[in-house]
Design a protein around this ligand. Structure first.
Ligand SMILES: Nc1nc2c(ncn2[C@@H]2O[C@H](COP(=O)(O)OP(=O)(O)OP(=O)(O)O)[C@@H](O)[C@H]2O)c(=O)[nH]1
Ligand SMILES: [Mg+2]
Length: 292
């Protein structure tokens, strides 16, 4: 058996979470068109006959502007520490920029095997890829994987590439579990994913979700009650929308996502609360966002 931790790193929005989901063949991690969707390190366990890869999806690397983003950065750093292998994920539109070079440098300093994953190749012509591959090659990388997470191109090749770097050993986790996070965590993520999909501007960034009750029922649907925190009364209004229409749409989208993931019907009740400036409140972030 072979086993190891494989961290997924890169700028916000390059497709790390969608890649994780494709590697696992399960829509585990929240994906949206907006940057900074992911706020936690999210373990995704892939158990095959002769190997186990424990993937770590991470928030996109950025220069922190408020406390929540500092917590996000901490999640990235911890993931890098615990990774045996690192995937550096980027887009195919140009060479690495300053921030990306910093990420690469950090991975190199830790002396972890690093695979370059050029994602979203469905968006560019092939002749643009060759110079980019060459750039990474010149930087000393020999493992470069052009992929499209969206179209599932190159995923199997990437998996094989990762397996080469796993260590001999028994699985670290039970082979029938996919993550160490609990049901409540995923419910809150799927509600947040719907918020990131449906609302614009500052609203998604000012939002966090706490699942207060998840009651499994033998007869009838499971009951879930969650609170959506925003930072201002005006954001609460936006979430609810005219005659509650926006909230209704949000509720339906989130419920469908939850039901698809858990494979059962649920009753989802959403409440909205204002918690001024929570993104700068260490106590609140620790307790409500990260649960410690
Ligand atoms: N066209 C195309 N779009 C992609 C591909 N991979 C991801 N995307 C899209 O890129 C957007 C960002 O994807 P995510 O997986 O949320 O990106 P991320 O790197 O996890 O982003 P953060 O969590 O914010 O760091 C989504 O709209 C995805 O559908 C791809 O291969 N091709
Ligand atoms: Mg993500």
């Amino acid at each position: 058996m072979k086993v190891g931790y494989c961290g997924i790193f890169g700028r916000p929005n390059v497709g790390k979470s969608l890649l994780l989901n494709q590697l696992l063949n399960t829509p585990l991690s929240a994906v949206s068109k907006r940057p900074q969707t992911t706020r936690h390190k999210i373990l995704g366990i892939l158990s095959e006959k002769d190997y186990q890869i424990i993937f770590l999806d991470t928030p996109g690397v950025l220069k922190p502007k408020y406390l929540l983003q500092e917590f996000m950065l901490k999640e990235i750093n911890e993931s890098l520490e615990s990774s045996d292998i690192a995937l550096f994920v980027c887009e195919p539109f140009g060479p690495p920029d300053e921030l990306e070079n910093e990420i690469i440098k950090k991975i190199k300093e830790k002396e972890k095997p690093c695979l370059i994953v050029i994602n979203k190749i469905d968006l560019v012509k092939k002749d643009l890829l060759l110079p980019l591959i060459d750039t990474y090659y010149q930087m000393g990388f020999s493992e470069i994987y052009p992929i499209s997470a969206l179209k599932r191109v190159g995923i199997e090749e990437l998996k094989e590439g990762i397996v080469k770097y796993l260590k001999e050993g028994d699985p670290y986790y039970e082979t029938d579990i996919i993550s160490e996070k609990n049901e409540r965590f995923f419910v809150s993520e799927f509600i947040r994913e719907a918020i990131f999909t449906l609302y614009g501007e500052e609203v998604p960034y000012s939002t966090t979700v706490e699942v207060e009750e998840f009651k499994e029922r033998e007869k009838g649907k499971d009951y879930i009650r969650a609170t959506i925190y925003v930072e201002k009364p005006s954001q609460k209004k936006i979430i609810i929308g005219k005659d509650g229409k926006a909230l209704k749409k949000l509720g339906i989208m989130a419920r469908k996502r939850i039901e698809a993931f858990f494979g059962k019907e649920v009753y989802l009740e959403l409440w909205i609360k204002v918690k001024e400036n929570w993104r700068k409140d260490a106590q609140f972030i620790k307790k409500t966002v990260y649960g410690f």
